[in-house]
Design a protein around this ligand. Structure first.
Ligand SMILES: Cc1cc2nc3c(=O)[nH]c(=O)nc-3n(C[C@H](O)[C@H](O)[C@H](O)COP(=O)(O)OP(=O)(O)OC[C@H]3O[C@@H](n4cnc5c(N)ncnc54)[C@H](O)[C@@H]3O)c2cc1C
Length: 400
């Protein structure tokens, strides 16, 4: 790319992770392909590459549940839409709760059924038939989504990017946006890249995940987003795990999914004491203490693991907002649209993020009656109206 040049696109998307690429794909499907995606690294090299890829509709916020349901539809039809396997494995998804949380479990399941999500309340015997050997004394009830499971965030993001490119979107990697460019009235009119190139546009979409606050601040927009470090461990049980559903344990507060090689991926769901980190300088492996806790919790529900050992570990950062829900919509500054703060939910809802952002950018309104675009507005924090679960789980953190 030549330095100090000026270029144009109607829409510039900063950030080539899942969300930026989903938005590019959906814009192009709607016929808006005068779009440029700018990624400072390589596509999906940010937190997308760290995603556990869990797919469930089990949310207490109806719009989020509906968005996740649209995600399931897209993932299920991936071969047809993208012409490739995106790594979605429909293993089913189980969430297990204790006695104190049976009421919200039932209320959430009712709400999900109202949205058309196939979901059943199941008993321990049924869970054991789906996951032989699992120990369930800690639990009083379970919900099961047969169409849930897990996917591969990297493959999915790359498929969005490939499809967007095929429809005419321009994607530039190794292109660091150093600041947003404003006009004399303060509206955003483009971006300045590290090689001096200015790209002018009608709208900048900020989809830079944990790195978003710094760029937004170049035009005076404060984003209430912090990076929350999360540790993941991969456990070799001593024999390959058979095909089992993805499991959210809301008693011991962790989630488990089977890896393609038969190991288990174990992630934390206890957000009572979040670890706020520097997204450019955090420990990229689990601490000994975390490993001990995670394997101890795992041992409670899988006491028959023949010879469990840590296979590997890593860490990533959620881009958390104060209510653990994303900001999708216009910013207070003209010409700047936000798709940030996905707070650990951004994989499963990414197809719907692309669709909602496209609806709001092109039409100003959500095309899905079950997804209220206003729910994700930037101003909700200043209004003192956070987006919260209708049926929260006691003691199960902020994630639902
Ligand atoms: C450990 C972990 C586990 C998760 N598990 C799940 C899960 O099980 N299910 C689920 O639904 N979600 C999950 N998530 C959430 C989901 O993966 C994320 O919400 C999603 O991947 C974020 O995508 P993004 O595009 O917003 O951010 P990113 O993937 O981080 O992309 C942002 C991009 O912006 C680029 N960028 C930043 N600054 C600039 C700049 N100045 N100029 C140009 N480019 C820039 C970065 O290089 C990066 O590629 C998980 C997240 C993590 C971290």
């Amino acid at each position: 790319m030549a330095g100090n040049a000026t270029e144009r696109a109607r829409i510039v998307i900063v950030g080539g992770g899942l969300e930026g690429l989903a938005i590019a794909w959906q814009l192009a499907e709607r016929g808006e392909s005068d779009v440029m995606v700018l990624e400072r690294d390589t596509l999906c090299a940010g937190m997308t590459g760290k995603s556990s890829g869990i797919v469930r509709c089990h949310y207490g916020v109806p719009s989020l549940a509906a968005m996740a349901w649209y995600g399931v539809e897209v993932f299920t039809r991936a071969e047809e839409i993208f012409g490739t396997d995106i790594g979605f494995r429909q293993t089913g998804y189980i969430v297990g709760v204790d006695e104190d949380n049976l009421t919200p479990l039932h209320a959430n399941v009712e709400m999900h059924r109202g949205l058309g999500v196939p979901v059943d309340l199941i008993d321990a015997d049924t869970v054991r038939s789906l996951w032989p050997g699992i120990h369930l004394d800690d639990f009083a009830g379970f919900a099961y989504e047969p169409l849930g499971g897990h996917g591969d965030a990297y493959m999915t993001g790359m498929a969005y990017g490939t499809r967007a490119r095929a429809l005419g979107v321009r994607i530039r990697q190794s292109t660091d946006v150093v600041r947003l460019v404003s006009d004399e009235l303060g509206g955003v009119r483009g971006v300045l890249c590290d090689d001096g190139t200015e790209i002018l546009c009608d709208t900048v979409v900020l989809a830079t995940g944990v790195w978003s606050p710094a760029l937004a601040s170049t035009v005076g927009v404060h984003l209430p987003i912090r990076a929350q470090r999360e540790q993941l461990v991969l456990v070799d049980q001593g024999e390959p795990t058979p095909d089992v559903p993805t499991f959210s344990d809301l008693v011991n507060l962790q989630y488990i999914r089977r890896e393609p090689n038969g190991h288990l991926l174990v992630g934390n769901s206890d957000h009572s004491a979040p670890e706020i980190a520097d997204p450019d300088a955090y420990l990229n492996r689990a601490t000994d203490g975390f490993v001990e806790t995670a394997i101890g919790k795992l041992d409670r529900i899988l006491p028959g693991m023949p010879d469990p050992r840590l296979a590997s570990s890593y860490a990533g950062c959620y881009d958390i907002t104060p209510d653990y829900n994303p900001i999708i919509g216009p910013s207070p500054v003209d010409g700047l649209f936000l798709a940030v703060g996905f707070s650990g939910h951004g994989f499963k809802i990414s197809p719907a993020v692309g669709r909602l952002a496209t609806d709001l950018l092109l039409d100003g309104i959500s095309s899905d009656a079950a997804v209220d675009g206003n729910d994700f507005r930037y101003s909700r924090f200043d209004e003192g109206k956070p987006l919260v679960s209708l049926h929260p789980y006691a003691g199960a953190g902020e994630m639902r």
